[in-house]
Design a protein around this ligand. Sequence first.
Ligand code: PLP
Length: 372
Amino acid sequence: MIYLDNAATTIVSDAAVSAALEMMKENFFNPNATYKPGVNVKAYIESCRKDIAKYIGAEDKELFFTSCATESNNWVFSYGRKRPNGNVVISAGEHSSVYEPAMRLKNHGTDIRVAKLDKDGRVDIDHLLSLVDDNTSLVSVIHVSNETGAVNPIKDICSAVKRKAKNALFHSDGVQAALKTEPINALGVDYYSLSAHKIGAPKGIGLLYVNKKLNIAPMLVGGGQERGFRSGTQNTPYIAAFAAAVKDFVKTRDIERTNAIRSKLIEVFSSAGCKIVGKNNNSGYILCVCLDGAKAEIVQNAACDKGVIIGKGAACSGSKRGNRVLSAIGLSDTEVERCIRISFCNDTTMDDAVAASKIILECADSIRRGNV
Ligand code: PLP
């Protein structure tokens, strides 16, 4: 099998599996217990937090473990605004775990403003800034698009927003960006969400970065874990796996090699008459291709039968019709239906990626000719 749907999820690294198993079998104690094995597990969680903080560019006290990035994003939209009456600005490129909480606020009367995207899938910064004013309480812009790999210049956007609206807080969904672009502390953001299953850890663990100058009210209250900010017994096996996966990811990361693989596939698909969605300044880890005359879903299944796994838009909204983000870039409904998403990880090889692209093109060709 050639697995090229790493933006949906990644294979769990061996180091992450071992770390989780150890916490399940040997160090299963409740980290909040006051006897020694419990205290040791708590200390271990804190060492994991420190390790993760070091690699993603944060201080350990700025990180709160959550069950997933969806929780982190919801937390910011539910409790992260200092002035709940202010307006909220998001980009049209947000993942549904930002977009839907924003729409829920809108249904409860909040003024939600949505900034347009350019043809490469990045937010139109001039339009976004025109929506920001003195009454803006929160701005949220995705760092790397899960649909196209478009990279938003978060540092510049965040500082421009703060110049225009001193009281606005800035959040970025960094799920597809973490460890693949700049560290968090280079961005100047107030909040940043992360999900571990995109970098070799299991599904069901994420974190929210909250700048140390800020306080966020907890969304989950109860036993007061995570220094009172996120109650619920800590998921110690997955926290251990998260830290192990981060170290592994950093060790195996080779951005130049990943960029070269993406560039090669752009060449292969372009010469076959396909349109590349978001060609410029994109993450090397994600490639969105609009196939020539074949529906993505049929190609996806045909390629899967031949051992090649690719995506078509966000996996978590796979059951929803259409694609809000691709439409916002200006693609027609027919083009949207033809878009596949190919996403890489550190272990993707050039040979596998090229072989997969040929199989995808063969499948698309058979479908176009009506042979599937
Ligand atoms: N944000 C982005 C950009 C994503 O790609 C995803 C997952 O696909 C999420 C948020 C949600 O992450 P999780 O599965 O941890 O809730």
